[in-house]
Write a protein that binds this ligand. Structure first.
Ligand SMILES: Cc1cc2nc3c(=O)[nH]c(=O)nc-3n(C[C@H](O)[C@H](O)[C@H](O)COP(=O)(O)OP(=O)(O)OC[C@H]3O[C@@H](n4cnc5c(N)ncnc54)[C@H](O)[C@@H]3O)c2cc1C
Length: 415
């Protein structure tokens, strides 16, 4: 890697995921003239992760989806298969695993998160998987194919989005699925009780053996896992295990650089960290969110894109002038989606902050929940309600105060 280029506006992006790719794409759109080096410890250019638990996992899509497609520009270097192992905020350098030292004028940390592992006997056996990277999806697919051949169940540990998506896909390929969740409801961090119950019924109706308030005590086998002992004493034969129990933000470089870190790297609305010229974006960043009434780390595709773009926009601006940019705060509500059994689920805003809920008439194939705090809409959850969710997303972004009366008029059937 050439490290001699000392022209102004040198930017180093550490990370090869959604936020890093979104930043690179935005820099291209803005015609950023400086040298941009993207350091990623993966073997691919930045790609989208959502298909890894959906189309890509089941082979319906063979290719990865690139976040910043197209050929590299002359001022870009994709330093893939390299880890940024050290950083010096005073000297403004990043050191890579191959020994290269990259000087920067601007640094973006988009290091994402590392999947949490089970801390118990058997957690490192073959056929015990996590799902974060393309290679994880391919390995999990092979294990699930073995479950099909051996007629053994897939054990999913963790009743949150990734676990549920894999459970849904596995049921559709005819695999028996046991899902254990230590909490009292599915998606306890993101869904209020009514929506969680709807999702629980959906999975139960498709034959997932759901066990709430249950955890795994141990995984047993010689090389590969053969059985799991649950917290209630049950011993289950299993063909493979997917562990979907969340991520820990990848903050090691940030700590070395002396950045302020709480639940993640603390950033302002332009994604600037506590150190000059260092930015952070995506799953690793903690930012104030008016919808959550506080600072929060949001682990979604939309958030990674928005923060990656915001950082790149601010960097491009600061590379050309020292004046702070104008512009209103981004008030768009957080948003994410999930696909399970052909059902499109969307979550908008901060539904768990509501004190009342308006619901559409109960229905197995579609449902809408709107969460209010006092008279104000704070969140919405739609199951196969794409049209309503699109409208709500737009309206919530325009006014953070969406009056209840207007809502009842706009969406008939809510009560
Ligand atoms: C299987 C799966 C399905 C998902 N489905 C959905 C969905 O349906 N809807 C939704 O809204 N969100 C979904 N998400 C979440 C969404 O994809 C993430 O929020 C998003 O990818 C976060 O982007 P990021 O850039 O912050 O982190 P990541 O995409 O994880 O990227 C971080 C990158 O940094 C690299 N890296 C870390 N440290 C270093 C270092 N020191 N040196 C070099 N490289 C480093 C990592 O290898 C990785 O490439 C899903 C996530 C997964 C894993």
């Amino acid at each position: 890697m050439n490290t001699d280029d000392d022209s102004g506006g040198r930017m180093v992006i550490v990370g090869g995921g959604q936020a890093a790719g979104a930043a690179l794409k935005r820099l291209r759109q803005l015609g950023y003239p400086g040298q941009v080096t993207l350091v990623s410890d993966e073997t691919n250019a930045p790609y989208e992760r959502p298909p890894l638990s959906k189309e890509y996992l089941w082979g319906a899509e063979q290719e990865l989806r690139w976040v910043a497609p197209g050929n590299d520009r002359p001022n870009e270097r994709l330093a893939i298969d390299r880890t940024a192992v050290a950083g010096d905020a005073r000297a403004k350098t990043i050191t890579c695993s191959d020994g290269a030292v990259l000087p920067y004028d601007f640094l973006l940390l988009a290091t994402g998160g590392l999947p949490r592992r089970l801390a118990m006997p058997g957690a490192a056996l073959e056929n015990v998987h996590c799902l974060r990277r393309a290679g994880d999806a391919l390995a999990l697919r092979q294990s699930i194919e073995r479950c099909v051949r051996a007629r053994l169940p897939l054990l999913v540990v963790g009743g949150s989005w990734i676990g549920l998506e894999v459970a849904a896909g596995a049921r559709e390929t005819g695999v028996e699925v046991v899902l254990v969740e230590q909490g009292a409801r599915l998606c306890g961090r993101t869904l209020p009780p009514l929506a969680a119950r709807w999702l629980q019924s959906l999975h139960a109706s498709r034959g997932v053996d759901l066990r709430l308030e249950t955890s795994v005590a141990s995984l047993d086998g010689d090389v590969a896992v053969r059985s799991a002992r649950l917290s209630d004493g049950t011993v289950l034969p299993v063909g493979a295990v997917l562990v979907g129990i969340g991520i820990a933000p990848n903050i090691s470089l940030a700590s070395q650089l002396g950045l302020l870190v709480r639940s993640g790297i603390v950033v302002d609305r332009h994604c600037r960290t506590s150190a000059p010229a260092i930015y952070a974006a995506g799953d690793v960043a903690e930012q104030a969110c008016p919808w959550h009434e506080g600072a929060i780390r949001i682990e979604t595709w939309d958030n990674a894109n928005r923060q990656g773009e915001a950082a790149a926009t601010h960097i491009a601006h600061m590379a050309s002038t020292t004046a702070e940019p104008d512009g209103a705060e981004d008030s768009a509500p957080p948003w994410f989606w999930s696909d399970q059994y052909g059902t499109n689920l969307q979550v908008l805003g901060a539904p768990t902050h509501g004190d009342t809920v308006l619901a559409s008439p109960p229905n197995e194939s579609e449902q809408l929940f709107i969460h209010l705090r006092g008279d104000r809409v704070v969140g919405a959850i739609g199951m196969n309600r794409r049209h309503d969710m699109r409208r709500l997303r737009k309206r919530m972004a325009e006014h953070s105060l969406l009056p209840r009366a207007e809502l009842l008029q706009a969406i008939p059937g809510l009560s």
